[in-house]
Design a protein around this ligand. Structure first.
Ligand code: DC
Length: 227
């Protein structure tokens, strides 16, 4: 069912289930999956390696324009370095939120994200995909869950070192602080697009959420909601 220029935008706060759902939907549809949060994280990792300060907007945007990203087989690669695990640490959580505040860094990454969508058949997840990156996306989904559930998921996520060695209250506080930053920053804050479908994933099994999203996709594309 891969139609040219079909873009499925999935936005929402940390721990809402975006990664799990977006990956599963992309697999079911045979679409490309892009995690834009990993791009902000990889830029922060590279900046740290090159000792570019997280508030040096000019230096960071130059770095963002020249790096080469790779997203094969669920891995995140930047300039040949596989950073899949290295970008899921408490330090990079904070650094990525800092670089994501900077308008010039966002401009550079949005241009790259749009280029990835040129061939269509894409599921892209982030905070501003339906509002800024692809305002004409075929389907826009905003996933959310209660703060408690999002913190529990983050603490239990084996891909995230952020939760390890800390109690749930610590993870919940760190998550709430970052989400507040994402929601209140001036540049492309996290918000529900007017034409997005809001999906509350609290207590809902993954397969059910995936099916809900597929139903919305098929309704927009005019197909049946079976595979
Ligand atoms: O989804 P994540 O936690 O991996 O994202 C890392 C940071 O990047 C987080 O602070 C939100 C920000 N981000 C953003 O501002 N815009 C996006 N499209 C994706 C992520």
């Amino acid at each position: 069912m891969a139609e040219a220029h079909t873009v499925i935008a999935i936005d929402g706060p940390s721990g809402a289930g975006k990664g799990t759902i977006a990956r599963a939907v992309a697999t079911k549809l045979g679409y490309q999956y892009v995690d834009t949060g990993a791009m902000y994280r990889a830029v922060a990792w590279k900046a740290s390696l090159e000792k570019v300060a997280f508030d040096d907007e000019a230096g960071l945007s130059k770095l963002t324009e020249r790096v080469i990203f790779g997203f094969e087989n669920g891995r995140t690669v930047i300039d040949g370095d596989d950073v899949t695990e290295a970008i899921r640490t408490p330090e990079i959580d904070v650094a990525a939120a800092a670089v994501a505040k900077l308008p010039d860094v966002r401009r550079a990454l949005v241009a790259r994200q749009r280029a990835l969508g040129e061939c269509g058949g894409l599921v892209m997840e982030g905070r501003d995909i339906g509002t800024v990156v692809f305002p004409n996306a075929t389907v826009k989904i905003y996933l959310d869950a209660t703060a408690d559930e999002r913190a529990r998921r983050r603490a239990a996520d084996p891909a995230h070192a952020s939760g390890k060695g800390h109690d749930l209250a610590f993870v919940a506080t760190a998550l709430a602080t970052r989400d507040e930053l994402d929601r209140t920053r001036a540049a492309s804050p996290l918000k529900l697009a007017e034409d997005a479908d809001f999906v509350d994933t609290t207590g809902v099994p993954v397969e059910q959420v995936v099916q809900r999203v597929l139903t919305l996709v098929h309704a927009k594309l005019g197909g049946s909601d079976s595979e």
